[in-house]
Design a protein around this ligand. Structure first.
Ligand code: C2E
Ligand code: MG
Ligand code: MG
Ligand code: MG
Length: 284
């Protein structure tokens, strides 16, 4: 009943648990403070059309510019933010920031690009998720078709009837939906025909093994084939080598994302990349 007794009762736990609880509590408190102080930043990773080498979109990836610890990756704070619910205000900030940035690039005259934003199951499950999408698009002026929400299969597992309704509502707004880390979840494939999914993102664990494991290479080409037959757009994540890129092109994968094309970078660096023009895969 530590909770009922207030915040100072964690000392009754085991020492190891005590340490963990204290650490978690202090991280939670500093996350809250970080939101107020606006210490979060977005980096953007380019998505490349594999046929032409053009940047056709970016994925927004959140970082925490920590005053003492430096730039922190999502793995260090997103799970904690999910546990304590702070992912909701953080996710709303990410969406707004990403939409403003996309609209900025649009107004600067760059060719159309899609802005992809990750949403965790908790965010997607929030009752005001669709309303928040709608108001953010209205506020920023971004065309709905320029926004894509990346979901993991876990979202679809929660409650198919509820998530189905939300997916439908998002699609009706004109916002695209992508399944992130495709092939690593536990959901059935039936949702691909049931729900308005626009894009499949093949998980990097398969992509990274293209040259090393014949089985993984087969999975990649099979997912591309299935995605195309279902009229989905297919993107490979975690593309690191020219050989992987060549394989993906050979199998008609639409897009690639990975260190080969560019790491997640600042908005200014993306503008420089756009200025440099297309870099065909075979030249990388
Ligand atoms: P994700 O959505 O699957 O994003 C791809 C991750 O793979 C990113 O890590 C990216 O930096 C990394 N990556 C990209 N290309 C390569 C490559 O060629 N090789 C390797 N080894 N890695 C590559 P990051 O930025 O650390 O993000 C990790 C995860 O954190 C994301 O996985 C996503 O699930 C989550 N995340 C990031 N930003 C947000 C956010 O704003 N909201 C939510 N809810 N989750 C986020
Ligand atoms: Mg993602
Ligand atoms: Mg992914
Ligand atoms: Mg991944």
């Amino acid at each position: 009943h530590a909770k009922e007794n207030g915040r100072n009762t964690y000392c009754f736990f085991e020492p190891a648990m005590n340490t963990r609880a204290v650490l978690r509590q202090s991280t939670e408190a500093s996350l809250r403070l970080a939101l107020a102080r606006q210490e979060f930043v977005l980096h953007y990773q380019p998505k490349i059309d594999l046929a032409s080498g053009t940047v056709v979109g970016v994925e927004a990836l959140v970082r925490w510019q920590h005053p003492q610890r430096g730039l922190l990756a999502p793995a260090e704070f997103v799970p904690i933010a999910e546990e304590c619910g702070l992912i909701l205000p953080l996710g709303r900030w990410v969406l707004r920031q990403a939409c403003w940035q996309a609209q900025d690039w649009h107004l600067a005259g760059w060719p159309p690009m899609t802005m992809a934003v990750n949403a965790s199951p908790l965010e997607f499950g929030a009752s005001d998720f669709v309303e928040h999408l709608r108001s953010t698009l209205a506020e920023t002026g971004l065309a709905p078709g320029r926004l894509e929400i990346e979901l993991t299969e876990g979202v679809l597992m929660r409650d198919a009837s509820v998530s189905g309704g939300v997916l439908q509502a998002v699609a009706e707004l004109g916002v695209k939906l992508a399944i992130d880390d495709f092939g690593t979840g536990y959901s059935s494939l039936s949702y691909l025909s049931q729900f308005p999914i626009h894009t499949l993102k093949i998980d990097q664990s398969f992509v990274s093994q293209i040259g090393a494991s014949a089985a993984d290479a087969t999975i990649v080409s099979a997912v591309i084939g299935m995605g195309k037959s279902l009229r989905k757009r297919v993107i490979a994540e975690g593309v690191e080598t020219a050989a992987q890129c060549a394989f993906l092109r050979h199998h008609d994968c639409d897009e690639g994302q990975g260190f080969l094309f560019g790491r997640p970078m600042t908005a200014d660096a993306i503008a420089l990349l756009l200025r440099a023009g297309p870099r065909p895969c075979e030249l990388l």
